[in-house]
Ligand binder design. Sequence first.
Ligand code: C5P
Length: 222
Amino acid sequence: TKKIRIALDGPAAAGKSTAAKKIAEKLGFIYIDTGAMYRTLTYKALKNQIDPKNEQELYNLLLNTVIELKPGIDGQLVYLDGKEVTTEIRQQDVTQNVSDVALHQLVRSEMVRRQQELVKNGGIVMDGRDIGTAVIPDAELKIFMSATAEERARRRFEEHQKQGIESDLHVLQAEIEKRDHIDSTRAVSPLVKAEDAIELDTTHMSISEVVNKVTELAADRG
Ligand code: C5P
């Protein structure tokens, strides 16, 4: 396959990162999880007691923050100012605040600028909310991955069980729906399917079915 750029967008817990990781592996591409970048800024903001509603302070913080994504054995490793924070950025308090951090214009434009630097050479699978609409509007392949909120909550619940994290299915679903609501109704590049994206409803699909489907589409575009 040619070194194309694949934009993978969709709501929370739709299985984007799991699929993206495997798609990248199969194609020999680099996988970039943009949600991890917003999570890392949120993590640092909370540590520094910066209000997620304070756009200017968040922006100043971001300008003084180095976020690195590096390939690891089990997927992507995330570094904040040189220190690994891969698991820390998945914590509850980060998840609950990240969508408020991500809605600011100044924060988004700086994140998008950094993300565009990362995709310059092609051969990438990038997942997020605004990849096909704002980060790589001319991507060779755009996928919008969806699934019902019930199914997404169920998957996240199973994931937590495997990791030994205690959680409540209904709480998880409420949290996912809240995040989707903030992400899809914000003024700056809201979560929306790009006009030229292919929608993939994964409610009844396995991960390998999703991976196969996307790699087939990539072969057609490459
Ligand atoms: O992908 P993940 O669920 O880790 O993303 C966390 C949050 O980061 C999303 O709910 C959204 O608020 C924000 N985000 C975004 N744009 C992206 C990626 C993530 O606004 N490209």
